[in-house]
Design a protein around this ligand. Structure first.
Ligand code: FAD
Length: 509
């Protein structure tokens, strides 16, 4: 049977936000040896969403593949380093835990560390799981250093991401893409014309009278989903039965106090607020569920809980948590907000931009594609989104707050079956089941389970092979090693001053 392949000579990217310019940068790099032209069209009049400042470590892999170093990006985007997220008041008011990008303890006899810790805990050991994480201890002490590329022990392993200025990052990607020959048009798309026979996109009518044609269109037009929804009517899966938050109010303030190498997420009555430290200012946002709080109340809560001086009026956002039913439909691929949005709790939106770009690149070892690749792309995208969704749902489902209706309703909600199964298995045996295409590893799940008080009833039976006194000694030694490592590391601010040109004078200048 003959397989139909569609050749690609021209790619049109619609949108010049973080997603558009990241896609342009990565595709221009990928297609540099192939006869493929890339054009990006955006409207500077419409602007971009202008938020999206917290990332996860996959971002670093993304820019490293383009030849950019951590220091290049930290400097260019006024960034700070992020070792994880601190969740305050999520389990109960007054509680706190950190989800680090790193490991907990050391495996013994190929059994994950937390089983050993669990055994000692059941015997009355008071140590916290967090005491065995280098990432958490660096974050708690506001310390930071680059990771050792050849760690000699699991105890040395942690990872990190960035808090950056989203517009400076888009500019960095833009300059990279333009230098690689991407053509740039600043105009508004007024109409999207479809081919009568196939229903695929034929051309874009711009407000400067220009018409743009292409073989492949990438929709990075944000929540509008101009091509994917307005034109192709792809459909959207609404996940608000599990993810209640549907609005946000954001505010930048002057940077005051120390630069924490972590995002802080504080639960409020009907949502949560976060603080993102940048070198020159602070990002703040209150993400909330409009069924339980009015916009005015949500804004007042944000204003009552920010430090520093506001740099502008608070900005409002509305969204429907969920995903586009297909990420690739006909000759169009959605990347970024046009493809879906869960909520910013675990900073996964830009990470899903990266995985979308990676899948596009994998689909084009040559500038052709087949329907089989389209189907695979859609299946993997669906799985990635669903697994991130489930991780975020866990944060809400497992809360133990009794002080407000939203948190009580979250406890009562029925969760998706794979998540329910994962929670059941963890509670009964301590095993953390992994599903295909999960972005977050076992230690991330462990951090959130433990932080919210979801604990296993049993530990792995092999744990009993080690005498208790020996185990106590081994765990004490791990804690000791972590504490010595932390002492040797400089303050986060010192790191930024030394390597990234940070100075206190620059703050809010
Ligand atoms: C409150 C909030 C907080 C967030 N925080 C985070 C976070 O911490 N971490 C994270 O990873 N993500 C976060 N996100 C998501 C993140 O902001 C986005 O994933 C990211 O900015 C990518 O957006 P985008 O490029 O898809 O869309 P946009 O930035 O909205 O860009 C859309 C582009 O399309 C163009 N466009 C639209 N219509 C037309 C037209 N008719 N003609 C021409 N051009 C057009 C616009 O001009 C613009 O250039 C957050 C989102 C929200 C709402």
């Amino acid at each position: 049977m003959e397989v139909t392949t569609t050749p690609i000579k021209s790619v049109v990217i619609v949108g010049g936000g973080t997603a558009g310019w990241m896609t342009a940068a990565a595709l221009s790099h990928h297609f540099r040896q192939m006869p493929v032209s890339i054009t990006l069209v955006e409207s500077s009049q419409l602007g971009t969403i202008g938020v999206g400042e917290a990332t996860i470590p996959t971002l670093r892999r993304f820019y490293q593949r383009l030849g950019l170093t951590d220091i290049d990006v930290l400097k260019a985007t006024n960034a700070t380093c992020k070792l994880g997220i601190e969740f305050k008041n999520w389990r109960t008011p007054g509680s706190s835990f950190i989800h680090p990008f790193g490991l907990f303890g050391q495996q013994i006899n190929q059994i994950p560390f937390h089983h050993y810790w669990q055994k000692l805990r059941q015997l009355g050991d008071p140590t916290d799981l967090a005491d065995y994480s280098l990432g958490i201890n660096l974050a708690r002490h506001n310390k930071f250093c680059l990771t050792n590329p050849n760690p000699t022990s699991e105890l040395h392993i942690f990872d990190w991401a960035l808090h950056f200025d989203a517009s400076l990052f888009a500019e960095l990607m833009r300059n990279y893409a333009l230098a690689q020959g991407v053509a740039h048009i600043d105009a508004k798309i007024e109409q999207v014309q479809l081919q009568p026979q196939t229903g695929a996109i034929e051309l874009l009518q711009l407000d400067n009278q220009q018409q743009l044609t292409g073989d492949l269109f990438i929709d990075c037009s944000g929540f509008k989903a101009l091509l994917m929804e307005d034109a192709l009517q792809t459909g959207y899966e609404d996940w608000s039965q599990w993810l209640f938050c549907d609005k946000a109010v954001a505010l930048q303030t002057t940077q005051e106090g120390s630069l924490n190498p972590r995002t802080v997420s504080t639960a409020h009555q009907a949502g949560w607020q976060r603080t993102i430290p940048l070198q020159h200012r602070q990002g703040n946002g209150h993400v909330y569920c409009s069924r339980y709080i009015s916009d005015d109340e949500a804004t007042a809560t944000l204003l009552q809980n920010v430090s520093g001086t506001p740099l502008h009026q608070p900005r409002q956002f509305s969204f429907v948590p969920g995903r586009r039913k297909k990420a690739w439909n006909k000759n169009c691929i959605a990347v970024g907000l046009s493809s879906g949005f869960l909520e910013p709790l675990e900073s996964t939106s830009i990470a899903l931009v990266e995985t979308a770009i990676e899948k596009i690149i994998l689909s084009f070892p040559t500038p052709h594609y087949r329907q089989q690749q389209v189907d695979r792309f859609n299946e993997v995208t669906m799985l990635e989104y669903e697994r991130v969704r489930d991780f975020i749902i866990l944060h809400y489902k497992a809360n133990q707050r009794t002080d407000s209706q939203m948190w009580l309703d979250c406890q009562q909600m029925a969760v998706p079956e794979l998540l329910a199964e994962k929670i059941r298995i963890f509670k009964s045996s301590g095993e953390i089941v992994r599903y295909p295409w999960e972005i977050f590893g076992a230690d991330s799940w462990l951090a959130v389970f433990n932080g919210l008080g979801v604990l296993p009833e049993r530990y792995h039976p092999k744990v009993d092979q080690i005498p208790v006194a020996q185990l106590q000694q081994q765990l004490a030694s791990m804690r000791q090693q972590i504490s010595s490592l932390v002492q040797a590391v400089p303050e986060h601010e010192q790191f930024l001053t030394r390597f990234c040109g940070f100075s206190r004078e620059k703050v809010s200048a």
